[in-house]
Every structure is written in C-alpha cells, then in structure tokens.
Design a binder for this molecule. Structure first.
Ligand SMILES: [Zn+2]
Length: 188
C-alpha cells in the first residue's frame, strides 16, 4: 500500500516555493510549510496560494536564530504569526524551531518535529530521494526545505533539487497536512 505521510518544508517562502506548489498540485498532495517571518514580505501571495490549495502554514521563527531566550523565541513566533495572519488570514498553531532544536514549550503552539529528515539543504536530489523513499512509512513527518535560511549552511544555490526530489518522492507516497496526519494518527 502507498504510505500516507506529511511532507513539510522549512525556511520559505522563497522564489522556489511556487514551483514546489506546482508539483504538489500536479500530484494532488498537501504539505505543511514552516515559514520564516523574515521571508514573508513581498511573498504574501505565495502564502495565499498555499491556503487556497489546501496546504497548512506553520511557524519556524522570524530570524532563524536558534539560541534564543524563551521569551524572545515566543516573540518571534507571535511576530511571524501576525505576518502570516496579515498575509492570508490564517493563525498557525504548529511550530518547528530552527534546526529543530526546541528546548521550550509554548502554550498555544504545538511542536512538530521531523521523523524522516531528507537532509536536502546541501545534497543532490538523487540522495534526498534515496533517503526519503527508503524511510517512507504510514504516518511519518518528512522534513525538507523550500527556502534558504539566512544563517544556514547553504549560502548560495537554490531549492530546485528539493522541487525535483519532491516530484519523485510523490510517486511513492500520499502527502497530507500535518493536522490531517495527526488526526489520522489519533483515529487509528
Ligand atoms: Zn530552518
């Protein structure tokens, strides 16, 4: 049977998110985007398209700084949530910390980690596809990236490899949003 998973994308929105949305639409797949507040200005239309096409938006902080005092991290989440709401009238509840380092719990926000890390930031699509397809199981949350973090290991380049990898991964699984996947998990 084809496994049902939640594809998730961090560090966007970016100039490559539109191509990724095209691929998801072609496969009738839904994903969750953990967006960075600092990347929203000028790409509000991308967030609106995500919502229109059934995807979910989560929070990844504003600056992608990971070693923040809890109060500062919470402030980043709220500021990013406000920017998301202003852009597309959504109020995100899911969040994922930069580099998935999350020593804090915040009331009102639900943490979503990564079960299956595609390690796509600096690896070619072939390697990403091999890692993800091998790990596909019902109910896993797959971590990928549609943007480039301002302080990440990748300073130049693009996310076209992730777009290509997504197209190939979707031949091997169905993807739904994190909230849909968690509902299925609870129901089984
Ligand atoms: Zn990130």
């Amino acid at each position: 049977m084809t496994p049902t998973v939640a594809l998730t994308y961090d560090d966007g929105p970016s100039q490559w998110t539109g191509a990724l949305l095209d691929v998801l639409a072609a496969h009738d797949a839904q994903a969750t985007f953990f967006v960075l507040g600092c990347h929203i200005a000028g790409r509000e239309d991308v967030l609106r398209r995500m919502v229109r096409e059934g995807h979910a938006i989560g929070l990844h902080g504003w600056s992608h700084e990971s070693h923040l005092h809890p109060g500062d991290m919470l402030h980043e989440l709220q500021r990013t949530s406000d920017a998301v709401h202003a852009a597309c009238d959504q109020t995100p509840v899911y969040w994922r910390a930069p580099w998935n380092r999350h020593p804090f719990t915040f009331v009102g926000y639900q943490y979503v980690g990564v079960d299956l890390d595609g390690r796509d930031v600096s690896r070619p699509a072939d390697d990403v596809v091999a890692t993800v397809v091998e790990g596909l199981r019902d109910g896993v949350v797959v971590g990928l990236h549609d943007g480039i973090a301002p302080n990440g290991e990748l300073k130049v380049g693009d996310r076209l490899g992730t777009v290509d990898a997504t197209r190939r991964i979707l031949k091997h699984c169905r993807s739904m949003t994190v909230s849909e996947l968690l509902a299925v998990r609870v129901g089984t």
